[in-house]
Design a protein around this ligand. Structure first.
Ligand code: NDP
Length: 409
């Protein structure tokens, strides 16, 4: 690259107007990394609103550190604690599910959607409707109501920036050619802590073992999903909606080093990939500054030490959750919504020691079968319809849980 191009790029970043941002799910793993990046370049950002579920002290601390205008907490019982933790500041404190939607609706150029689970749907949609740049970490929006979200994004002319490292990698690699020339996309998976374990050992895996991810540091739910490979299954569904690709043109490869995050194969045989350290600050920085770049404190890869890059086919016999997710994507309609809801119930039960590791996928499969029998797999036309299916699937999974847990013992 010539010196003049470098100077032009540097100049553009310096002159970029201050970006107003809102962080939904500010106290979580993604929220904390986002805050870390913003605090390194405070002159580039002004924080409008931050939200959390019930952790009032952590939310007040985020709001104070960032000089946010509003802090919204979902749990109404936490309002008093939030209010007193913000005493002496001009930060507005609000509480309740409506307060989260209100926070999302406030004028911000850029919104990070990092609330975990299906509860993230309404606030994220509220943010999307304003048509800003939406950095999407919450997978459930696309998994539970992908068609609704993508339609709304198109109508509002919103820019969707994928935060998930694999989708962010694909997003970056797609810039190398025309959409029509893409032959297939490949999402990589670390394989999780049980990649090399035999099926019987996986069946007996404990919570502590499942939470020990070899490469990434993440919230508990997504870490368990990485161990079952359901995370990759949810990402498959996410990728289908984000990039408008059919299931047969989205592949998954296990790549234990977690250095290549995603690949795009073009029709001429060229493959373009994005590589980086397994640190969520890299894709978050990409979204935060997009279309510019932001200096991140993430460790740099030392290429002389990257001795090898391995790729292998995922084993869906040992990790059936991935096959269940692909089948739900191909079934379409509300099958992905049911898959996601049943998985949330199953992971919660596993974390509470009410369900064995192998029974997570078993419960999801039984719930999908029951939902098909009950005729609840029609395509949700709105977020409210998706949330009704979500609740129905949760009830089905909860009812089936004791039987599935007993069978697994
Ligand atoms: P965490 O569990 O670490 O944080 C979740 C955030 O959402 C917290 O701020 C939490 O508040 C808030 N929250 C949880 N439940 C509710 C609720 N019912 N109402 C309102 N707010 C709520 O999750 P992560 O940061 O790990 O993940 C966030 C999303 O990003 C998930 O959808 C995940 O799949 C996705 N993702 C995460 C990655 C990662 O590396 N962590 C990678 C790619 C995607 P409180 O602190 O009060 O509980």
């Amino acid at each position: 690259m010539t010196r003049s191009v470098l100077q032009e790029r540097a100049g553009r970043a310096d002159l970029a107007p201050v970006r107003s941002v809102t962080i939904l799910g500010a106290t979580g793993s993604i929220g904390t990394s986002t805050i870390d990046l913003i605090r390194r370049e405070p002159h580039r950002y002004r924080v409008e609103a931050v939200t959390a579920n019930s952790n009032a002290q952590a939310l007040a601390q985020c709001a104070r550190l960032l000089g946010a205008r509003m802090a919204a907490i979902a749990d109404p019982a936490a309002y008093g604690e939030l209010k007193s933790a913000l005493a002496g500041t001009s930060i507005e404190a609000t509480a309740g599910p409506d307060a989260l939607v209100e926070a999302a609706e406030r004028p911000a150029d850029w919104v990070m959607a990092a609330i975990s689970g299906a509860t993230g749907l309404k606030p994220t949609l509220a943010a999307l409707r304003r048509g800003p740049m939406l950095a999407l970490a919450n997978k459930e929006c696309l998994v539970c109501a992908g068609a609704v979200f993508m339609r709304e994004a198109a109508v509002r002319d919103a820019t969707l920036l994928p935060v998930d490292s694999e989708h962010n990698a694909i997003f970056q690699a797609l810039g190398a050619g025309h959409r029509d020339d893409v032959a297939r996309i490949v999402l990589t998976a670390s394989g999780g802590p049980f990649r090399t374990w035999p099926v019987e050992a996986i069946r007996a895996a404990t919570k502590e073992q499942a939470l020990r991810h070899p490469n990434w540091s993440m919230g508990a739910k997504v870490t368990i999903d990485s161990a079952t490979l359901m995370n990759k299954g949810l990402e498959l569904i996410e990728a289908h909606h984000l990039f408008g690709m059919p299931s047969e043109r989205i592949d998954v490869l296990v790549h234990p080093q977690s250095i290549v995050h995603g690949l795009v194969e073009f029709s001429d045989g060229s493959t373009v990939a994005q590589l980086g350290p397994p640190d969520m600050r890299v894709p978050i920085a990409h979204c935060l500054a997009w279309p510019d770049r932001l200096a991140s404190s993430a460790a740099r890869l030392d290429w002389t030490k990257v001795a090898r890059l391995d790729f292998e086919q995922p084993d869906t016999r040992r990790f059936p959750a991935l096959a269940l997710a692909r089948s739900a994507l191909e079934t379409g309609g509300a099958a992905p919504t049911v898959l996601n809801a049943a998985n949330e119930i199953a992971v919660r039960a596993f974390l509470d020691a009410r369900l064995g590791f192998a029974a997570i996928a078993a419960l999801v499969e039984r719930t999908l079968d029951a939902a098909a029998r009950d005729g609840v797999l029609g395509e949700p036309a709105t977020i409210d319809e998706a949330l009704v299916v979500d609740q129905t699937a949760r009830s089905l999974a909860t009812a089936l849980l004791p039987e599935v847990a007993a069978k697994d013992r």
